[in-house]
Design a protein around this ligand. Structure first.
Ligand SMILES: Cc1cc2nc3c(=O)[nH]c(=O)nc-3n(C[C@H](O)[C@H](O)[C@H](O)COP(=O)(O)O)c2cc1C
Length: 368
């Protein structure tokens, strides 16, 4: 998975959704349409970007822009992008409680064959209650969501296993008879599996089951990030496993720091879609009544500029140095968002990627 020699993997996060991840009203905000996704994926593949990670989201957050109101379903999105690219790993973000595991296993195998082994699974248990209401599905109590996900993933892995032909599954939640699934994933290996649980339960699930774990990097210091990475790796080692740790960020890169800061301020302060931000905060139960006015305002800012990704704002030297520091903190990679992915990626490719190559963290494309 995410093969290739890049010590620091770079991915794009959230391009399947209108607005991407910045909660902004600016007219150039990301459309999330299929033609723009296709253009972006081809551009990313050419630039040597390692992966694209979509958001599994079923309806928008409202506000003036109906933030993330138009989303492409992630496994079918991945199929199209995998067909159109050569190197990228493309993830599907799959809600375990909403997809029957036999159907999901086959959909993902299909994507994996289209991409000749480049499909990845981001398994999620569900975050937004109102999405579940829309499906008429009752969201389980938090810890039980992961118990269900454990059975769901066990079934998926059994179906994908080359050693299994027919099996019964008798779990607490899932009971299946004479299950068969062919073909197996492409090339005799299984798709890479990631999870981004933020709770202790979610983290245990990840370290026991997944190849990659996505966590929040510290906004305070890179030392704190290094500490968090070390804790996850130690937890995985406790289960005899090795896990790659990734994070998410929101990059604003311009020729000068001043320009980058000005654009960032324009997009996610002056032109933030504050009504959408407040709707997201309410759904996450981040309430003004539970904290100081200062802390609430801080939370609003975090959500406005990308639903809590690490902000990386500056000139190419600064952006590259921040990424280098994250790599030194032990992170395997970062999934980033841009206000308009396709408009901004060429500048990152031209200015930031070569700096990472010179730092020895990425392999120049010609040598790949
Ligand atoms: C990188 C990343 C991607 C995520 N993608 C989705 C997603 O697409 N859909 C979703 O419902 N939740 C998504 N989540 C939420 C997590 O899967 C998880 O539910 C959340 O971090 C809360 O953690 P917990 O489930 O352990 O409480 C994502 C989180 C992160 C950090």
């Amino acid at each position: 998975m995410l093969s290739g020699g890049n010590t620091l993997k770079l991915g794009l996060f959230g391009a399947n959704c209108s607005s991407g991840r910045n909660v902004t009203k600016v007219p150039e905000r990301w459309s999330g349409t299929w033609p723009d996704n296709l253009k972006l994926a081809r551009m990313a593949d050419d630039a040597g970007i390692d992966f694209m990670l979509p958001i599994g989201r079923w309806k928008g957050y409202g506000g003036e822009t109906d933030y993330q109101g138009a989303t492409l379903e992630t496994i079918t999105w991945a199929c199209g992008l995998l067909q159109a690219t050569k190197r990228l790993t493309v993830f599907g973000t799959v809600h375990a409680p909403l997809f029957h595991p036999i159907i999901a296993a086959k959909q993902m195998v299909t994507a994996d064959h289209i991409g000749e082994g480049r499909f990845g699974l981001n398994v999620v248990v569900g975050w937004n209650e109102d999405e579940f209401e829309m499906f008429g599905v009752r969201q389980r109590e938090h810890a039980v969501r992961y118990e269900y996900a454990q059975e769901w993933l066990d079934v998926i892995k059994l179906i994908w296993s080359v050693d299994r032909d027919i099996f019964d599954f008798d779990g607490e939640f899932i009971k299946l008879k004479s299950v068969r699934g062919h073909p197996k994933p492409y090339g005799g290996t299984q798709p890479v599996i990631m999870n981004a649980g933020a709770s202790a339960t979610g983290r245990v699930f990840a370290v026991q089951n997944c190849d990659a774990f996505f966590m929040q990097a510290s906004r305070v210091s890179v030392e704190e990030t290094a500490q968090r990475v070390a804790e996850v790796k130690a937890a995985a080692a406790g289960h005899g496993r090795d896990i790659s740790v990734f994070t998410v960020g929101v990059i604003t890169c311009r020729a000068t720091r001043k320009e980058a800061e000005a654009y960032h301020h324009y997009t996610v302060v002056e032109q933030a879609d504050w009504s959408a931000v407040d709707s997201m905060l309410a759904k996450r139960k981040v309430l003004a009544s539970d904290m100081s006015a200062e802390e609430f305002q801080r939370q609003r800012m975090h959500f406005a500029h990308g639903n809590s990704g690490l902000p990386i704002i500056g000139d190419p030297d600064h952006v590259a140095n921040e990424l280098i520091a994250l790599s030194r903190a032990g992170l395997t990679g970062i999934a980033v968002s841009l206000v308009n992915f396709a408009d901004e990626l060429p500048y990152l490719r031209a200015e930031v990627l070569p700096r990472l190559e010179r730092a020895g963290l990425r392999v120049p494309l010609t040598a790949a």
